[in-house]
Design a protein. Structure first.
Length: 230
């Protein structure tokens, strides 16, 4: 999308085509649905896919009139064959951007390479801290005073691709993993649509191994001013 002129929702050809992959509740998906519904959003969600048929996020897509598909990973004997089918399915939508929004699958290197520079993820920690699962509890156990979420390009290293942006939250004295996680998610819901917008506008891209912003390597991970989250 980097060569794209200013897109407008009245011109489908210039709108970035977004596919969102989920596995569960889809609260980030909901934030993306609401953001992309705005007439000035330079992209649209053309499909929502899930590896779990029971993912409630699928209902959110249905309600918004967005096409959905399910590829149930339990029907596959290995990761490779699932990813081959997922890749084919996604190819059918010709996406400019594939957004992982609580998609709880480790993707194979071939899959990740195929979508290099078009695949972004939200991870509930301030990467590189706490790659993997149970991030809120791990932040609490470590006695961290600050926790948060990261949006990053997906590369072959799990939760290890170049970080585009982060949102921080303070860890409060009586926090549990649930209360802390809820505050982190509230930040994700604001940050993810903004990053998706900038990607669709061609402002954010993946360079060799770094994030480019307006064509230049970003000197630091993006953080947004606090008032954006109010
Ligand atoms: C998010 O908190 C995200 O950080 C993590 O999975 C969660 C998905 O939540 N990757 P939802 O399905 O968007 O509600």
């Amino acid at each position: 999308m980097t060569s794209q002129a200013t897109p407008s929702s009245s011109d489908d050809a210039l709108e970035a085509r977004i596919v969102v992959l989920i596995s569960g509740a889809g609260s980030n998906l909901q934030a993306l649905i609401e953001a992309t519904a705005s007439s000035d959003f330079p992209g649209r969600i053309v499909a929502v896919g899930s590896n779990r048929p029971e993912a409630t996020g699928l209902e959110r897509a249905d309600q918004a009139g967005i096409e959905t598909f399910v590829l149930d990973h339990t029907g596959y004997s290995d990761r490779q064959s699932f990813d081959v089918d997922l890749l084919r399915k996604l190819e059918g939508y010709n996406p400019d951007l594939v957004i992982l929004a609580g998609f709880m699958r480790i993707l194979t290197p071939d899959f990740v390479r195929y979508f290099r520079g078009k695949l972004i993820n939200v991870h509930p920690s301030l990467l590189p801290r706490y790659q993997g699962l149970k991030t809120h509890q791990r932040a609490l156990d470590a006695g961290d005073s600050v926790h948060g979420a990261s949006i990053h390009f997906v590369t072959e290293e799990l939760d290890g691709g170049p970080v585009i942006a982060q949102a921080e939250v303070p860890v409060l004295e009586n926090d549990t993993a649930d209360t802390l996680g809820a505050r982190v998610q509230a930040r994700e819901h604001v940050l993810y649509p903004i990053i998706a917008r900038w990607f669709c506008e061609g402002r954010i891209a993946l360079g060799n191994d770094e994030v480019l912003f307006d064509g230049s390597p970003m000197p630091a991970i993006l953080t947004l001013p606090a008032d954006v989250y109010q």
